[in-house]
Design a binder for this molecule. Structure first.
Ligand SMILES: C[S@@+](CC[C@H](N)C(=O)[O-])C[C@H]1O[C@@H](n2cnc3c(N)ncnc32)[C@H](O)[C@@H]1O
Length: 224
């Protein structure tokens, strides 16, 4: 197990939770539609990234995006997660021919344990919205900047849409929790942090423009 203990939630994905995460995304029309739409977003993001020949999927979770990454037959696919149980779940439940294409390893997004510029691109879906502290986000983006040679795809929750406004109203009404697990970022703030980390924003893709909080940013390392 990696030593960094940056996020309380990162300890949550033991074998039981990992299996639940895998099953949850297979259940119900809404979740299956969301996965379908997120895969479509990733396809667009990969095109914006110039169809990279090597990609690190971190956190890979139960491998929801491996099928999209494998659409380029000669792509080298690396996949990492903080949770060994999550990786095991992905390897167990994704189709064997897909699993055979993917090099998996355990790692924290704060300390990836690959050499500098080891992959052309990094795909980071559904992690940064768990990171409430600017300093932690900065460290993670710095690690992505070190490991990706060219581009990064980063999904997060942003404001400026119906879902974010609804969530804000809900949070104002309910009692403050001791530990907040997920965060909606102001677009200006997250975009400033991305630029400060040494990336240009090539573009973004919204799940449902004006309605959903989910956004994928496509980043390119700024020339030194
Ligand atoms: C919500 S899941 C997203 C997984 C996948 N990207 C997806 O969208 O299906 C969050 C994942 O982040 C992993 N995780 C938590 N903290 C992490 C960290 N510091 N570094 C890498 N992975 C982490 C968890 O183990 C879990 O698999």
């Amino acid at each position: 197990m990696p030593e960094n203990k940056e996020l309380e939630f990162q300890e949550k994905y033991d074998a039981k939770h990992s299996l639940e995460y895998f099953r949850k995304h297979q259940r119900g029309l809404r979740r299956r539609l969301t996965t379908w739409a997120e895969r479509r977003m990733l396809r667009k993001a990969l095109a914006m990234m110039g169809d990279p020949g090597s990609v690190l999927d971190i956190p890979c979770g139960a491998g929801r995006f491996w099928t999209v990454l494998a659409e380029r037959p000669d792509r080298r696919i690396l996949a990492a997660d903080y949770s060994a149980d999550m990786i095991e779940t992905a390897r167990r439940f994704q189709p064997p021919e897909l699993v055979a294409r993917v090099e998996t390893f355990q790692a924290s997004a704060f300390d990836i344990k690959l050499p500098d510029a080891a992959v052309e691109a990094i795909v980071c879906i559904r992690l940064i919205h768990h990171i409430g502290q600017t300093e932690d986000r900065r460290r993670m983006l710095a690690e992505f900047h070190r490991v990706a040679a060219h581009t990064v795809c980063l999904s997060c929750w942003v404001d400026g849409n119906l879902q974010a406004r609804r969530r804000k109203r809900l949070e104002a009404r309910r009692p403050k929790r001791k530990y907040q697990n997920r965060f909606v970022f102001e677009r200006d703030t997250i975009e400033r942090e991305i630029r400060e980390a040494g990336f240009d924003i090539l573009g973004h893709i919204d799940l449902l423009p004006g309605i959903s909080m989910w956004r994928m940013y496509v980043l390119r390392k700024r020339a030194a």
